[in-house]
Design a binder for this molecule. Sequence first.
Ligand SMILES: [Zn+2]
Length: 448
Amino acid sequence: MSKHLRMQILAFWLILFFAAPLAAKNLILMISDGMGFGTVMATAYFHGEKPIYTAFPEKYLVTTHPATGAYTPESEWKGFDPQPSQATDSAAAATAMGTGVKTLPGRIGTNPYGLPLPNIVEIATDQGMATGLVTSVPISHATPAGMVAHDLSRNNYEKIAQEMLYASDLDVLMGAGHPLYDNNGNLKTSGQEYKYVGGEGVFQQLRSKKGLIAKDGRTWHFMDAKADFEALARGDQIHTKVLGLARAATTLQQARSGDRQLVDRSTPNPEAPSLAVMSRGALNALSANGKNFFLMVEGGAVDWAAHSNEKGRLIEEQRDFNEAVAAVADWVENRSSWKETLLIVTSDHECGYLWGSESRTFTPVQDRGAGNMPEMVFHSRLHSNLPVPLYVKGEGVSGLLKSLVDSRDSYFAGLIAGFDPDFTGEFIDNTDIFLLMQLWVSEDKGAP
Ligand SMILES: [Zn+2]
């Protein structure tokens, strides 16, 4: 869609939104990193049930390519392409969703010329909202970074973490990347890795008696014990400015020991909370600020499992994400409402080129019954350019979403119709997710 047309749509909907009475407005964006339709299907088939977001009222395909790419159904379905040159990385995709601007792979909140862009955390903060980011991978990894930070490279973890902790207005930050623990929840005896938390000095400051004081003058409450995550999730202990660092080096569960081709959630890293527990805790912390809020939750290790072609861990990670969505939806229904809270569930890109057959191209993942590994084949260890699903629940966004449709991919709709016939093949772009979020928060004036 052209920039001019986008601006016209924005102006039109802004007028409509401002005409409506002010009300509480929370915004929750949930991203399963690397999730394509194959991921959703494999997880649903293995567990014998569809995730709740497949019943959400708004469903579209989303194109994910970076500034240097494109998506056209004609070229996508012309050939089976496990190594697409046009695929995005997580940094460019997070920047597109977090700022509305397509950029080069690797960039965090900066445009192709390297200039910093205003992001959704800054925009929500300007509207008087509290903000939080939760992930199952390191706190400073590409997806959370793209919502709040500005950097030429996603690999500058130390700088990105420092920007999050010292220079942003975040109220809640939770994830993995603990310097002192391995991925089985054991204290490391050597090889401590401090980069994800901003360096050793920052980590010591966080844990010191004085603590680390942020830009807003408030001190980060640091916690890393699983029991503390659970207490926050239950509402027994409330902190309004909280850094929750799970006791896992890189991912909550995906990188732990064990057979990664099997689904076995009976042997977890015992020290790490689930994404659902983190999400509930984040919701409690954010709502305790007495403001409306923006929360992003990332199931970050779906992508890590897909890169390594791990069937078992892929399904485990997607299940963990699904349970987090269920926890969030439960919170909306009991503590808020679908009028007050907009919930967006999507992905940043597909990973693994996951289909259901070794030999026949474009065969969807096949159901082999609950408890059995579905027929699923990774054809790549890379990201693909396949459109990803978008599921939205919340009032008053139906017309806006419809107006953002770029085109229709009927062939893809036909491939997934057996699993979910609600997708018509109409697609929007990942930058449109930003537009939707920007419009949702722009009405808000801070008071719930
Ligand atoms: Zn990604």
